[in-house]
Design a protein around this ligand. Structure first.
Ligand code: GLP
Length: 241
């Protein structure tokens, strides 16, 4: 893994936006794997600004999101559909038909995970996958215990994840307990991976991911198997290395 240490959240956001911008403007066709959470929020704002300032055409850009809560309609304020629209898609000229997010409101979840994997195949795979990391070492919603050979699947969220994400909901009871997530093996299919992290709350997970032995207890260690991963993190998140 290539490590890029930056000063703080702002610099992490700026550098990540530049990396994705470069990928977009230097490709004839590109599939971006996108992540949600608080970590990439500022990055999306900066990226949208750069794209608009330079009037970049986005008709060659396709996006596939990692995950979505089960049971939230796409217009629910805490759904990842809503997050993506609100934070990025509504601000850039990306054709809506080029954007893909698992449907957490699907009535047949088994069919939905199969549909998503089929779509990933048809779209030709992810060129650049953006990732955040959970405090417990999860990537996307692949919680500790997830098989390394998992494809898109329905997951039960870990207690720690529900607690961490409760800050976005009015009460902890409102936090969904399940999600649809690309699997660990699905994520490894990406040609290159950019993982971003900020703050000392992520320091143990970053250390475990880089220096720990490969283990399902720390799902992010699966990235040790990939030969093109960049970890872009601030001093605080790299504080335990
Ligand atoms: C969430 C998401 C992940 C994200 C992680 C960290 O639950 N499913 O994709 O990377 O947890 O979130 P945050 O960036 O808010 O710390």
């Amino acid at each position: 893994m290539k490590l890029e240490r930056v000063e703080d959240y702002n610099e992490m956001s700026q550098k990540a936006a530049e990396a994705i911008y470069d990928k977009i403007v230097n490709s004839d066709r590109v599939v971006l794997g996108l992540a949600t959470g608080s970590t990439p929020e500022k990055m999306y704002g900066i990226l949208a600004g750069m794209l608009n300032e330079n009037s970049v055409d986005l008709s060659h850009v396709y996006t596939v999101n990692l995950d979505e809560y089960v049971g939230l309609a796409s217009d629910h304020p805490q759904s990842y559909h809503h997050y993506m629209k609100n934070i990025f898609f509504d601000h850039v000229p990306i054709p809506p038909e080029n954007t893909f997010i698992p449907d957490g409101a699907a009535t047949d979840l088994d069919a939905e995970v199969k549909r998503y994997d089929r779509m990933l195949e048809e779209i030709g795979g992810v060129d650049l996958q953006l990732l955040g990391i959970g405090r417990n070492g999860h990537i996307a919603f692949n919680e500790p215990g997830t098989a390394f050979d998992s494809r898109t699947h329905v997951v039960d969220l870990a207690e720690t994840t529900i607690k961490d994400n409760a800050r976005f909901f009015n009460t902890i009871e409102e936090v969904p307990t399940r999600a649809i997530s690309m699997g660990l093996d699905t994520i490894l299919d990406a040609k290159s991976i950019l993982l971003i992290a900020s703050g000392e709350g992520k320091a143990a997970a970053i250390d475990g991911m880089i220096n720990g032995v490969e283990s399902a207890d720390m799902p992010a260690t699966v990235l040790q198997r990939h030969d093109d991963v960049t970890v872009l993190a601030d001093k605080a998140a790299m504080g335990k290395l």
